[in-house]
Design a protein. Structure first.
Length: 146
């Protein structure tokens, strides 16, 4: 793997969270990760992709099935509720008590990172994302960094 590919990987996996969380929120995040399935995490990513595809600068790049937005939103609502009410209620309540709304932002950020890592483990995803590296003039970049 070239240094440019390794840097790209590091950037993808370093999805920053600007939220400081306490121990209860850390336990809530751990529960979210442990209590979600690979399909749950794929549903989370699908919801994000459908939402991001609405941005005017990229909306023409992604075609969506009819009702995709409604379907992914419903799956997210079901997942969010199920995680808080059934799968991780004790941890959610403790985290919310300790860190209020920031608990949910921080804990779901962690879940989002894990979901993204799941997607990045697919070779087809990597091949697509790293295609740009084949188009780089690495000599030019190396010279610029001297």
């Amino acid at each position: 793997m070239t240094p440019f590919r390794a840097t790209f990987l590091a950037l993808l996996l370093a999805l920053p969270s600007s939220v400081a969380a306490g121990p209860a929120t850390d336990r809530f995040a751990k529960c979210l990760v442990e209590k979600t399935t690979r399909q749950d995490r794929a549903d989370l990513i699908a919801w994000m992709v459908v939402g991001l595809a609405r941005h005017p600068e990229v909306q023409g790049l992604v075609s969506q099935k009819p009702n995709a937005e409604q379907q992914t939103a419903q799956r997210m609502a079901d997942l969010f509720s199920d995680l808080i009410v059934k799968r991780c209620p004790t941890q959610a309540k403790a985290a919310f008590s300790e860190d209020e709304d920031a608990a949910f932002e921080a804990a779901f950020n962690v879940l989002g990172e894990v979901a993204a890592e799941d997607m990045l483990n697919d070779r087809r995803v990597w091949n697509s994302l790293l295609m740009f590296a084949d188009l780089l003039d690495e000599a030019e970049i190396a010279e610029a960094l001297k």
